[in-house]
Design a protein around this ligand. Structure first.
Ligand SMILES: O=C(O)CCC(=O)C(=O)O
Length: 245
């Protein structure tokens, strides 16, 4: 892993999102890309239905879920000491892996992700939870980059509504008032990563280009966080109305 900026913690606490260039090497990115292709081709059919969400064509993978359970090669990223040491101060405690997943945003048909805050899904209190989002392809303005509202991690979980989007069942009741051109756009080279706080507002557009935009996500919480029953009840209503698979 590239040595991160010494002001990483300060930047993360101020903005709720930070970029780390060359988080993975080119060889590591190639190995992840090859393993994702192999897993989808050879293993996915034998996994439970909730291991993936498909795009509207019913075939192409939109998301892979629970890879920490289903795939040893990818699970190893959640166990890496250098990654855990990097994020421990950000989650204010011993990191506990909550999940490894992908947002594949396939070429031409990759669907958008509505405005949301991850803690509406993770339901943790205190909200010391983050996502390391690692670019497996180049992320451009055209192929559905993630837009983040800097500073919104301080707003708490804002009112939500079921989104009706498979794979992102709970969205914000109202989109952010911050105009798109003032939001932070995560343009990344393969191997670069963003780290975002679980209350940071974010969203992404569909991918209409000829190039896929795959993100590998590692979600960690501090070992002191607990499930908030009220958040969990709201999430359960949305996820029941629109299950991931
Ligand atoms: O990859 C995307 O477009 C959205 C990812 C996302 O919502 C997340 O990392 O929480």
């Amino acid at each position: 892993m590239n040595t991160p900026n010494p002001s990483l913690l300060q930047d993360y606490e101020r903005d709720g999102v930070v970029v780390i260039r060359q988080f993975l090497t080119a060889d590591e990115v190639s190995a992840v890309r090859a393993e994702l292709d192999r897993y989808i081709r050879d293993d996915l059919a034998s996994k439970p239905a909730d291991a993936a969400t498909r795009e509207a064509d019913g075939k192409t993978v939109r998301n892979l879920w629970r890879l920490e359970k289903h795939n040893a090669m990818l699970r190893a990223f959640g166990e890496r000491e250098d990654i855990r040491a990097l994020i421990a101060p950000l989650v204010r405690g011993k990191p506990v892996l909550m999940g490894i997943e992908t947002f594949n945003k396939p070429a031409r048909i990759g669907s958008g992700v509505p405005y949301h805050q991850d803690n509406a899904y993770f339901c943790q209190t205190p909200p010391d939870v983050l996502t390391v989002w690692i670019a497996i392809n180049e992320v451009t303005r055209a192929n559905g980059p993630i837009f983040f509202v800097k500073g919104s991690q301080n707003l708490g979980v804002l009112p939500t509504k079921p989104s009706g989007v498979r794979g992102n069942s709970i969205g914000m009741a109202e989109a952010s008032q911050v105009p798109l051109n003032e939001q932070f756009c995560g343009l990344l080279a393969p191997g670069d990563a963003t780290i975002h706080h679980c209350n940071t507002i974010h969203h992404s557009a569909p991918n209409t280009t000829e190039h896929s935009r795959i993100g590998l996500l590692l979600v960690f919480r501090g070992d002191h966080t607990q499930t908030d029953p009220a958040l969990h009840a709201t999430y359960t209503v949305a996820a029941t109305a629109m299950p991931p698979a």
